[in-house]
Design a protein. Structure first.
Length: 502
């Protein structure tokens, strides 16, 4: 069984970064970033953000609603038209992105600690993700001078060419599960392409996005280019989705809210990209490196306590190995330490909220009621903080709710399959299509199965490895469009064809 949660007060061993994060938090209530100024909400309202490991208040944050969204859109529009941004050379935009990357690196320990305090991820994961965030800024820092148009073949009487231009004012709305990287995945390509933006972090986790806003200011990004407007979905978020002067909206979150955003965006036909839920299949063939596959399978559903859109939550095992692999997965998962994000041995920190914990635990009941066998976990750990044990169900069939619905917690369904065809069929038999993995030493099989899976990402003999050039996004109800890689450059630009009669 996972060990009991220690008193989740961070230990002194967790360093200078934590002290700096706490000092920043204690420096005072947090405000909105609009037009280059840190301001109170027009309503004067604030909301609280807590540490999900201790349930204690971290700080209060100005709460944007539609009036503040209006102000941020006006600031972003002015900045978009201003020569200080519109007239900036691609090289200068690159330098800004590289500068932000350096500032993220210089504040890496502080940002990692701040992320762990606000969303509960183990410090080791937060630290790795701050490094990724800097890398994403550098990757997109290389793009501004390479966003080319085309010259098109015509007869001698015309000149036809296409230019690629920014979208304009972009609304960026994020979830709470990996706040900093998710913010950077949207801000970096939007900046690289010359857009201006307003970003709403999730109400549970505003802090690292606000701190990033300060670093973006320090790097010298002109006022109004990046605005940060924390607030709630139905007020601030809905105002962004419906705003008539926003050109593009990029959203990460639940499929339900994604559909709402798509509908709300029809008012002025915003360009929309959506990164939504998943129920990703992780398929182990008998010829795989089983030791590696089993270790990775546990990590695939426990990482970030399962609060990852591409978590490997359906483990498909060829039936000859089903019992053995299930046994091994249960053994490893039961040994994963659940506890303080600041304890270096911790594998699973808390879930983000009591609401999320209750939701996850209710799926444990659903699994049992539908006839699956609970093999380990299934309960809360301790009574302070939203900690849930790694939970494994065997005897699951793919039609059960625990195999079809996104749980967003450390809950795994292990399912048997007969052969390649059956693995592909069951793997694809879901409304989602975000990610998948296949484990085999047979090269042809690996590529055949990878091609047959209807998901935006497929890993072969690994899980969840990322690269800034690797796009992500959803087939089916996992989303619309792609983020990362060259595809984000397309998502944050539009083309204009120009024909001249000579
Ligand atoms: P959510 O989809 O409600 O929240 C995500 C973001 O959308 C937040 O910034 C929120 O303020 C905003 N939002 C909410 N309602 C909105 C509206 N009407 N208009 C505009 N913006 C709005 O997700 P929630 O409630 O935090 O989590 C519920 C479930 O959603 C999770 O259990 C999980 O299954 C799924 N989820 C999936 C994510 C993914 O990356 N695939 C991320 C977060 C949640
Ligand atoms: Mg929080």
């Amino acid at each position: 069984m996972p060990s009991a949660v220690p008193n989740s007060t961070p230990t002194p061993a967790t360093n200078a970064g934590l002290q700096r994060a706490l000092a920043w938090i204690q420096a005072g209530p947090k405000r909105l970033l609009i037009g280059g100024e840190w301001v109170e909400a027009k309503s004067g309202k604030t909301f609280e953000t807590i540490n999900p490991a201790t349930e204690q208040l971290l700080t209060s944050v100005a709460e944007a609603d539609s009036a503040d969204i209006d102000a941020a859109v006006r600031a972003a529009r002015r900045a978009f038209e201003a020569p200080s941004w519109a007239g900036v050379s691609p090289q200068a935009r690159s330098r800004l992105l590289f500068k932000i990357a350096d500032l993220v690196d210089q504040h890496a320990e502080e940002l990692a600690a701040l992320e762990s305090l606000d969303n509960g991820s183990p410090l080791s994961s937060s630290t790795a993700r701050v490094g990724q965030a800097a890398d994403i800024f550098r990757y997109y820092g290389g793009w501004p001078s390479k966003v080319h148009g085309t010259t098109n073949p015509t007869d001698a009487s015309t000149f036809l060419y296409m230019v690629r231009e920014p979208m304009g004012v972009c609304a960026l709305i994020n979830a709470w599960n990996v706040p900093l990287v998710m913010a950077v995945m949207k801000i970096a390509p939007a900046l690289a392409c010359g857009n201006t933006m307003l970003m709403k972090p999730a109400e549970q986790t505003p802090l690292t996005t606000l701190r990033l806003g300060e670093l973006i200011q320090d790097a010298g990004v002109p006022p109004g280019v990046v605005n940060i407007v924390p607030g709630f979905g139905p007020t601030a978020g809905a105002a962004m989705a419906a705003h008539p002067d926003i050109d593009k909206i990029a959203f990460t979150g639940s499929t339900g809210v994604g559909k709402y955003i798509l509908q709300a965006s029809t008012g002025n036909l915003k360009k929309v990209t959506l990164e939504l839920g998943g129920k990703s299949p992780n398929i182990i063939f008998p010829d795989a490196d089983i030791d590696k596959a089993v270790e990775a399978a546990v990590n695939a559903f426990c990482r970030n306590s399962g609060q990852i859109c591409s978590a490997g939550t359906r483990l498909f095992v060829q039936e000859s190995l089903y019992d053995e692999i299930t046994e091994r997965v249960v053994r490893i998962a039961s040994g994963y330490k659940v506890g303080s994000p600041f304890d270096p041995d911790t594998k699973l920190g808390p879930l983000i909220s009591d609401k999320q914990m209750d939701r996850v635990l209710s799926y444990v009941d659903t699994g049992a009621a539908d006839g699956a066998t609970l093999r380990c976990g299934g309960g809360r750990v301790g009574d302070v903080g939203y900690f849930v044990q790694p939970t494994v169900f065997s005897g699951v069939s793919n039609g059960m709710r625990i195999a079809q619905e996104e749980i967003f917690g450390p809950v795994l369904s292990v399912l048997p399959f007969k052969d390649e065809e059956d693995a592909i069929f069951q793997g694809n038999d879901t409304q989602y299509g975000l990610a998948a993995a296949v484990w085999t030493r047979d090269v042809s099989r690996a590529h055949k199965v990878a091609r047959a899976l209807k998901t935006g990402r497929v890993w072969i003999n690994t899980y969840a490895e990322v690269d800034p050039s690797m796009s992500m996004g959803g087939y089916k109800q996992s989303g619309i469009g792609r983020e990362m890689g060259a595809e984000s450059i397309e998502a944050y630009t539009q083309t204009k064809s120009i024909l001249m009669r000579l």
